[in-house]
Design a protein around this ligand. Structure first.
Ligand SMILES: [Ca+2]
Length: 480
């Protein structure tokens, strides 16, 4: 199942535009990894930075609660109504579907009345703290693109910490603290994201904005991704180029929005008064009806598609990269060190494609499978050969790996001089060319190329070939 591309670009644009009217979002960029263009040398691939579309990531997570038996209803118990803490005859019973509140109800389709929600056991063991960790795991690096929004059906907690992991849950860092009294709960001065700036955007703050009262109307807690983006892209996120530029050059900023797991640590339920009413402990519990997490698979700007298969997300890597995050070069494509794509220059970015390994080029006899278009070089002055050859090598060296079963593929356009790849096993050449990869002039093979052709065949052992040998033997790294 494909994460992105379930919507056509147009449908996506309409959806995005209608949902987020004030934001002239430029998310649509970077949705193509390569395109065919026509140059003097014929049809070639033009590579660009690309990424999957942002989507609802809650469909792909695993949720874990700690303690594992903290969900209400086993054994059945009664709790007080949300709106009226003195009506305490509501029932939670895990064995009756209509009365059960399992964790998956935090991620089902919402918008119905009444809401469906997960609920914890009540605080019947007071004064022992009622604490719950809710861990959301993707087993995949993802990049957050919109606010995390948690909707409580109980009062919002008096104390809570949102945490993130970048290493699949081995280590955790706080993302944001939430409390009715930050100083008292966490020894931190209360702050709002609006108090931050470009320079302090990575600061971890404690906010009191989302923790007021048991009886207030508002039920929502935010982790403000958009407000942080706005420090770079402006209040309406119009200047995404500026944000992308910053993300490109500041690893810490990029990492800030990147997670493999999130953990919601509920530390103290809403009390709403100074003292806990010990006679009505069934008033105190946590209930969450909805959690929103929007983001995209992190593919290092080397993929537009992220596949969900066997409960696992994986980037479908392009640009000769591989790995779950396209974090390395494919075997035999290690001609230069792997590097992520770049958002710059706007709007197409830079692909930083992995290129064939020098070692896979091999020894001179294999050169009949290398075609930096030697035959078209005008070798009137041997001194000019090196730069021209280097340029030619840089732009169009394509290497057929002898270990590969395929003679050609559509990704690297192995067929030369306008040849087209047929079933990955042979090139269909234009009339004037021949050879496995259409790399030879037909007249050359017949020995009938006239000296007036202007495109003298590259003589074997010519200065051009020797120079090429030297270049390929020493050039490192090659640059496309
Ligand atoms: Ca729900």
């Amino acid at each position: 199942m494909y994460l992105s591309r379930f919507l056509s670009i147009h449908a996506l644009w309409v959806t995005v535009s209608s949902v987020m009217q004030p934001y002239p979002l430029v998310w649509g960029h970077y949705d193509v990894c390569k395109t065919q263009i026509y140059t003097e040398e014929g049809k070639v691939w033009d590579y660009m930075a690309c990424q999957p579309e942002s989507t609802d990531m809650t469909k792909y997570l695993k949720v874990k609660l700690d303690p594992p038996d903290i969900t209400c209803g086993d054994p059945p118990e009664t709790f007080c109504a949300m709106g009226n803490p003195y009506m305490c005859n509501n029932e939670c019973d895990a064995s009756t579907p209509e009365l059960a509140h399992p964790p998956e109800l935090m991620f089902d389709f919402e918008g119905r009345h009444p809401s469906t929600f997960w609920q914890s056991a009540t605080w019947k063991e007071y004064p022992k703290p009622l604490q719950v960790n809710i861990t959301l795991s993707w087993s995949k690096t993802i990049e957050l693109t919109d606010n995390i929004v948690i909707t409580f059906e109980s009062g919002r907690p008096d104390q809570m910490i949102l945490e993130k992991s970048l290493d699949y849950g081995r280590t955790w860092q706080p993302y944001q603290y939430y409390a009715t009294d930050c100083l008292d709960a966490f020894h931190m001065d209360p702050k709002s994201v609006k108090d931050l700036s470009q320079h302090t955007v990575l600061e971890i703050i404690c906010t009191e904005e989302y923790s007021t009262g048991y009886m207030t109307n508002s039920k929502i807690i935010h982790f403000e991704i958009k407000d942080r983006f706005a420090f770079f892209a402006g209040p309406w996120l119009r200047n995404m180029a500026s944000l992308y530029g910053q993300l490109d050059t500041t690893k810490k900023l990029r990492d800030f929005f990147t997670v493999t797991d999130l953990r919601i640590r509920l530390l103290r339920p809403a009390v709403g008064e100074i003292f806990v009413d010990e006679l009505h402990l069934a008033r105190y519990f946590y209930a969450i009806s909805d959690i929103k997490v929007h983001g995209r698979c992190k593919c290092n700007l080397h993929a537009t598609v992220c596949v969900y298969d066997n409960s696992k997300l994986t980037c479908e890597c392009e640009h000769n990269t591989t790995g779950p995050d396209c974090g390395k070069c494919k075997k035999n494509y290690q001609g230069r060190p792997w590097s992520p794509g770049s958002y710059l220059p706007i709007p197409k970015g830079t692909a930083n494609t992995c290129i064939p390994s020098i070692s896979s080029i091999g020894t001179p006899p294999k050169f009949n499978r290398i075609w930096p278009n030697i035959s078209s070089l005008e070798v009137s002055n041997p001194k000019q050969v090196a730069p021209k050859l280097a340029l030619s090598t840089v732009s169009s060296v394509q290497v057929a790996n002898h270990k590969r079963a395929n003679v050609c593929d559509n990704e690297l356009l192995h067929c030369q001089n306008g040849g087209t790849c047929h079933n990955n096993v042979r090139c269909l050449c234009p009339a004037a060319y021949t050879g496995i990869l259409c790399e030879k002039l037909r007249c050359e093979e017949a020995g009938s190329c006239g000296s007036d052709s202007g495109q003298g065949a590259a003589p074997r052992g010519s200065p051009a070939l020797l120079l090429l040998t030297a270049l390929l033997g020493t050039a490192s790294p090659l640059v496309f």
